[in-house]
Design a protein around this ligand. Structure first.
Ligand SMILES: [Fe+2]
Ligand SMILES: [Fe+2]
Length: 235
């Protein structure tokens, strides 16, 4: 995935020093087998012919650029924000072939995938979650990345939320289960949580995610610049 990432960095006009800084953060993640699996657009297609892995990397690239160029986000911790972006959609199964057709509406992919992603991120990349205050920021950012779209609230009985990696959740140390649960319970209505991330790092990833998903123009640096400067109003 390194080659593809470098290609994207060049496409988005990252300088050599920016490329180095970005790759230092993401390299351990893009070389993980679970991430590599998600870079095959036949197995994990995302939007159009873009793979889930490519979508995630683009989100991280834009997160990086937003922090470097937007005053609003300049106080965000770059490292933590890029990590949130790299983890935000590491859900269990491709959403197009999701077996959860019979799931209750509020347990559909759109509402529960941030919970699955946080569980997978902690399970596959435990070293980033060792420092609990940092883990809290990362988890909160993953959980609320879909904002203003809500996320499923975790009820007392976790089995009710019909996630695809429940067994993995049950194996997590209690401190992480509590952080995930707490994050989904701060602004609840109709068993959904409507809050944005309370941390700047989470907010910038959520913004980047919208820009990637809705901005088809973001295939080159000019378009990226346009969305950062806000000159393309439709973005
Ligand atoms: Fe998502
Ligand atoms: Fe996303």
């Amino acid at each position: 995935m390194l080659e593809e990432t470098i290609k994207l960095l060049e496409e988005y006009n990252f300088s050599i020093s920016e490329q180095r800084e970005f790759l230092k953060i993401v390299h351990p993640i893009i070389s993980h087998p679970e991430f590599i699996k998600r870079c095959d657009n036949k197995v994990y297609p995302h939007h159009g012919n873009i793979s889930l892995g490519e979508h995630i990397i683009k989100d991280a690239l834009i997160t990086y650029k937003l922090i470097k160029t937007k005053k609003k986000y300049q106080k965000a911790n770059l490292n933590i924000a890029v990590l949130i972006a790299m983890f935000h959609d590491l859900y269990e199964l491709p959403w197009q072939n999701s077996p959860n057709k019979k799931h209750h509406f509020i347990n559909k992919h759109g509402f529960v995938h941030p919970i699955e992603a946080s569980i997978n991120a902690i399970s596959w990349f435990p070293k980033y979650f060792k420092h609990l205050p940092t883990a809290n920021i990362i988890i909160d950012g993953i959980i609320h990345h879909m904002y203003p779209f809500p996320v499923r609230r975790i009820p007392q009985n976790i089995s009710k939320i019909e996630i695809n990696n429940l067994a993995k959740y049950k194996k997590l140390p209690r401190k992480y289960q509590l952080l995930i649960t707490k994050s989904t319970n701060n602004l609840k209505f109709l068993n959904l949580n409507w809050s944005k991330s309370i941390y700047l790092e989470g907010k910038v990833v959520s913004k980047a995610d919208k820009l990637v998903a809705f901005g088809k123009e973001l295939r080159n640096f000019k378009a990226l610049q346009a969305c950062i400067t806000g000159r393309l109003k439709r973005l």
